[in-house]
Design a protein around this ligand. Structure first.
Ligand code: ATR
Length: 270
């Protein structure tokens, strides 16, 4: 049977096996998808072992996305720009790498009737999660994309990759007097429960507030948005299922239905 894995450390919390098993059931694909904990220095060996055991593909999560990028023989354009991959495809001895996080984000926004086209977008953070979605956001032709990060140089390093785009890098303080249609939190602050140094002035009630992090409770950023009367608040669960659907399509050439899986996951979170 065709074998797939999600590699990570830690990995016990991963919802990917559930998601892909549901996709496989829905679309009657004969495949086996499991999570695999990998020691920090064993990533390359884990991939080789999977390939030797009828592996057809894998997802990669923290902290291996850059190592996976380095291991690939071929990369998609968006993976090259992100410098990281979350999806591996094994075919005829070639390891092909792609990143589907951006597609997952954009498809989830569109599902919520949020158009990036002609919008002023603020992306918070300049780590791996932010890098992975910039190209996909720009492909939607926003009016502008502003990246705010605590460490400004990291945001500038991203914007310098896109010299011909309406993209700029700022500090959090510089966002105070700016207005945005959509704010996307790609910092890891939500994971540690930290709040962000984003001013209440920057968040209008009409601003769409999106956090890539999801959980039982809303993140500090989404709580702040709610307190300010924001109507359109979205967490990252839909993006998680969306990126999985895009990976599944790369492997199996089938587009699974996202909604029923999302409903089950939402129920599990409660
Ligand atoms: P990930 O893969 O989740 O993106 P990362 O590459 O370590 O993880 O990046 C974490 C991001 O969250 C960075 O943009 C980081 O800001 P710095 O580049 O200044 O470190 C941001 N971040 C994490 N905790 C934060 C906090 N409490 N306030 C503001 N930004 C935070």
């Amino acid at each position: 049977m065709d074998q797939y894995r999600v590699f990570g450390n830690p990995i016990a919390q991963s919802k990917s096996p559930f998601i892909h098993q549901q996709f496989a059931l829905q679309s009657k694909q004969t495949m086996n998808y499991q999570s695999q904990w990998v020691a920090l220095d064993q990533f390359d060996n884990a991939v080789k072992e999977l390939i030797g055991n009828n592996g057809k593909g894998a997802n990669v999560t923290a902290p291996f996305k850059e190592q996976a990028f380095a291991l690939c023989h071929e990369l998609s354009e968006r993976a090259k720009l992100a410098g990281a991959v979350n999806t591996l495809i094994f075919s005829n001895g070639i390891i092909y790498g792609d990143t589907t996080d951006g597609v997952g984000l954009v498809s989830d926004l569109l599902k919520h009737q949020v158009q990036l086209r002609d919008s002023k977008v603020l992306l918070l953070g300049a780590g791996g999660a932010a890098k992975g979605v910039v190209q996909s956001i720009l492909e939607q032709s926003p009016q502008s994309l502003t990246i705010a990060n605590r460490t400004l140089s990291k945001a500038q390093a991203i914007t310098s990759q896109y010299p011909n785009e309406a993209i700029d890098a700022v500090t959090f303080a510089e966002t105070h007097n700016l207005a945005f249609d959509i704010i996307i939190n790609a910092t890891s602050a939500g994971l540690s429960g930290d709040s962000l140094p984003i001013s209440d002035h920057t968040i209008k009630s009409s601003t769409v507030c999106y956090d890539m992090v999801y959980g039982k409770e809303p993140t500090a950023f989404l709580k702040q948005a709610k307190q300010l009367g924001v109507e359109h608040i979205i967490d990252g669960l839909g993006m998680l299922v969306g990126q999985a659907a895009a990976s599944f399509h790369l492997w199996r050439a089938v587009s699974p239905a996202v909604e029923p899986v999302l409903v089950s996951l939402r129920a599990q979170l409660k």
